[in-house]
Design a protein around this ligand. Sequence first.
Ligand SMILES: [Zn+2]
Length: 344
Amino acid sequence: MRSYFPNLFGNDFHKNRIALAVLEGRLPHALLIDGPSGSGKMTFATEIAAALNCEARGDGTRPFPCGRCNSCRRIQEGSFTDVKVLRRTDGKATIGVREIRDYRADMYLSATESGYKVYIIDEAEKMTVEAQNALLIMLEEPPKNVVIMLLASGSDTILTTIKSRAQYVPMARFTTDELSRYLDENSAEARSIAFRDADGYKVLLVSADGRIGKAKELLNPKTRDENEETRAEILAVIRALGKKTPYTELYAAINSLPQKRVEFSASLETLIAAIGDLISAKKSDDFSPVFFTDTDSAKEAARDVPISRLIRIYEIVMHTCRECEKNANVTLAAANMASKIKMT
Ligand SMILES: [Zn+2]
């Protein structure tokens, strides 16, 4: 069988479905590609843009898109004038109506190249409601040969009216075995890490959280060091969760987490995942940890803390995390979290 979208690992169901739709000229005007950062959304969108414009589409002996024709190469390099990527401006929290209107004006100009005009909106979930309404008009009456791809990490903030006009494409999350297989086949650096530092490699796989892009980031030594540092901070908090640990120790561990709002919230998310592992370890011998590298280390970490206490702590951390998202003072929230855990 012909190979479709060879640059994207896995996701076979959507790859086959979309490739056939492109070949048969029935791809919808809009796609909503949904998945966490590092899950391959931009890779997939770029591949679809290439497929729409590939000069070898009729050649069944070559992969589709071929990756070698003039259009494919220029699309992958980002120099194809009819494939445009809209990104949030640096320092801005949202994508506003102005950016979308500029896009709209461009969309009605005829194609410069011969094939399809493709518009990719990165972080589409960050569009304001006004921006989404401006986009909606384009989705209702799209110009011929225009395809709009919305890339989103979660689509809760995307209007239902937009969702109903776009084909939904959720990106797959991979198991650690699948990630490991992918890295083993595709990265000499990954093979080298696995060879010289088996434990570090396990940490890399579990930290990638099912995402190939994240795994690739972690191949970078600096990113890997930062990740190990974050994990050490989380493990210090985990070790201080026991009833008998002095309050000062628990407080110091929580206080060592990064104190900027975004990073503090991210650390709490990781802490929640780690406590979730401890709870699972109490309940069952057979579970897939999402923070710990294996079930034994999760069991060991959970040994001295009863499950009822872990569940209460889990709720306290969840609550703190939500408060921080609602702009609570981070230093105060950290101190409150420490005293609530101590009083549990
Ligand atoms: Zn091609």
